[in-house]
Design a protein around this ligand. Structure first.
Ligand code: 5GP
Length: 183
């Protein structure tokens, strides 16, 4: 297993670039079938979903539009703060549209629940959520994710858009924390 050491934390490769791209083909096919005859608008949650978003939309074969929203829920550290702050809102009018919110990872579910409630205020025709990763054991509230790439254990992950203190988003694979710095 390929390992990376960052600030004395050890991360091991958890999902290879090949595994991710193969899963995205399946997800794209499912989304294409579900939205046949419609023109959904995909709303990417910046910054983490940007790599997943750009790869996923190229696996979707129906007409679609894109927009972005930027929120933060993590404050520098590797733990969820539960605080959701909107830094950039969507530009499109979502009223009557089929909206597909694209998340990189759902951990406690607090961000996605906040975003769902926020986007529903625009009266979309439908609102679904797609997330590359889901940590089911971390859920702090009841919520639903319509399309999930991979269900993963609670460990902190980086790469493929996911950051460690804003860096390492450009790694092609996803790495999981296997040994945490103790001092
Ligand atoms: P939640 O509100 O579900 O607890 O957290 C969602 C957000 O927290 C994600 O969009 C992501 O930005 C961040 N996050 C949650 N788990 C991880 C993780 O394992 N690694 C990284 N890099 N970010 C995470």
């Amino acid at each position: 297993m390929e390992k990376i050491k960052i600030d004395n934390n050890i991360f091991g490769e958890f999902l290879s670039a090949k595994e991710i791209s193969e899963r995205l083909v399946e997800m794209g096919k499912e989304i294409t079938e579900d939205y046949a005859g419609k023109t959904p608008i995909l709303v990417g949650v910046l910054n983490g979903s940007v790599i997943f978003f750009s790869d996923l939309i190229r696996e979707i074969k129906c007409d679609c539009e894109i927009d972005f929203i930027r929120v933060s829920s993590y404050e520098k550290a590797m733990r969820s703060s539960g605080i959701v702050k909107v830094h950039k809102d969507v530009n499109s009018n979502l009223e009557g549209r089929h909206v597909l919110l694209v998340e990189d990872i759902v951990d406690s579910g607090l961000s996605v629940t906040y975003l769902r409630e926020k986007l529903l205020k625009s009266n979309p025709a439908s609102l679904k959520i797609v997330s590359l990763l889901l940590k089911p054991e971390q859920a702090k509230i009841d919520f639903e994710v319509d399309y999930v790439g991979f269900e993963i254990p609670p460990a902190f992950v980086i790469g493929y858009g996911l950051d460690y203190e804003q860096k390492y988003r450009n790694l092609k694979a996803i790495y999981s924390l296997i040994e945490e710095r103790t001092v």
